[in-house]
Design a protein. Structure first.
Length: 149
């Protein structure tokens, strides 16, 4: 068996196990609190009905999420959660790959929900919705559902 550290020291052109002293130059905006901007805060709608319906997988799930959130007077909170998840899907390759994994089970979704709750106060409707998406092997649609919500 080759000792990688010894090999790396003996071979200065070896790439893959070197110490990285580079300073990351990250935009300060990445560390600001998440905000939806000037979106009007609406917690429910009359009869808890979505303003439109779409007969696609994403549209049906978005409609059910909207109706449930409205019934719990949580439209804005769930919208905020879904926009966060949409951004996470767009900007985090590991989250995107997680949603595309058809083998995600109950344990993995519990761990995801726990990590999300440690990050921000996600609404219980959103957490339950993610569990349902995972159980139905529909996590891959989370970004599109968020957009239709």
């Amino acid at each position: 068996m080759i000792n990688i550290r010894s090999f790396a020291k003996a071979n200065p052109n070896f790439i893959g196990f070197e110490k990285n002293n580079d300073v990351l130059n990250l935009d300060a905006a990445l560390f600001e609190p998440f905000s939806l901007g000037d979106v009007k805060r609406v917690n429910s709608t009359p009869d808890n009905k979505a303003p439109s319906a779409e007969d696609t997988i994403e549209g049906r799930y978005a409609g059910v999420l909207f109706t449930t959130a409205s019934a719990k007077s949580a439209l804005y909170d769930v919208y905020e959660d879904m926009m966060y998840l949409s951004g996470l899907y767009t900007h985090s390759n590991s989250f995107k790959m997680f949603t595309e994994n058809a083998g995600v089970g109950a344990k993995e979704i519990r761990l995801l929900n726990q990590a999300l709750l440690e990050t921000a106060p996600f609404h219980e409707v959103t957490i339950h919705f993610l569990t349902v998406l995972a159980e139905n092997k529909r996590l891959i649609y989370v970004k599109e559902i968020a957009g239709k919500y």
